[in-house]
Design a protein around this ligand. Structure first.
Ligand code: BTN
Length: 256
């Protein structure tokens, strides 16, 4: 029995050398009928993708690039919160692997020493006739053994890696196992363990209690992040005293 025996997530593993994107490959596998729990990893991505159409730099052998295929029997709206659970699970996995607990910038950027450590991209596959959820792919990119010079100049000041924080390299295979285990635990408890994940999310979230800019396609407002509510929405108080809840789809928040 290996390190992942008994685990649904990671029950099958596809470890690739080079791929366009582990998320894209995981989606191809899903459409070809792969069972849930499949985890795809790669040493290098030639077209790593981030949120909002951005690219994700994925230098060979430096980061952990991992995607998991899940098929939760839930409405698409019910899985909206799952990405927040994934953020908590990634913090749990990193802590188990190397003792550091990073923080979460709402909604799901993972931050260490004020800089970005991990990006998460969750994508849903819907059945076209019914709009039911067919599959969910959650992709996790961890900066592991990058040194400062490995980051492109335009993100160098905003990004960090586990090795930069610890002053020593981290074994990516061990980190992958711990993250997969934590993901499996999260998924097995979804959604009934909501209380536990909310509590951890709030404790890890560095956005709460800070001045933020709420940016929508048509406006940009300054406010104060008061709390994360029970649906993982961000409650923001504006200078006129009004308070509004925002979900990750509608706004992006600048500032931590
Ligand atoms: C973001 O920060 O905007 C999300 C970045 C997500 C990157 C990971 S790396 C593994 C998986 N494959 C991808 O192409 N993207 C995700």
């Amino acid at each position: 029995s290996g390190p992942l025996s008994g685990s649904l997530v990671g029950g099958s593993l596809l470890c690739l050398d080079v791929i366009d994107s582990t998320n894209t490959e995981c989606k191809r596998q899903a459409m070809a009928g792969a069972a849930e729990g499949l985890v795809v990893t790669a040493e290098e991505q030639t077209g790593g993708r981030g949120r909002r159409g951005r690219s994700f730099q994925s230098p060979r052998g430096k980061g952990l690039y991992l995607s998991a295929l899940l098929r939760p029997r839930l409405e698409p709206a019910q899985v909206a919160n799952f990405t927040a659970w994934v953020a908590v699970a990634v913090c749990d996995g990193i802590q188990a692997a190397c003792g550091l607990r990073p923080q979460i910038k709402w909604t799901n950027d993972i931050i260490l020493n004020g800089k970005k450590l991990v990006g998460i991209l969750t994508e849903l596959g819907l059945v076209s006739e019914s709009n039911d959820l067919d599959y969910l792919v959650t992709g996790i990119g961890v900066n592991v053994n990058q040194s400062a010079g490995d980051f492109d100049p335009e993100i160098r000041d905003m990004a960090t890696s586990l090795a930069l924080a610890l002053g020593r390299p981290v074994r990516r295979s061990e980190l992958a196992v711990q993250i997969i285990r934590a993901l499996d635990r999260a998924y097995a408890g979804f959604p009934q363990n909501q209380g536990e994940y909310l509590e951890k999310y709030r404790a890890d979230c560095i956005t709460i209690g800070r001045q933020v800019q709420v940016i929508t396609p048509i406006s940009r407002r300054e406010g104060f992040a008061v709390a994360v509510d029970d649906g993982f929405d961000l409650l923001v108080q504006f200078p006129d005293g009004t308070e509004e809840a925002f979900s990750s789809g509608e706004v992006s928040v600048r500032g931590m």
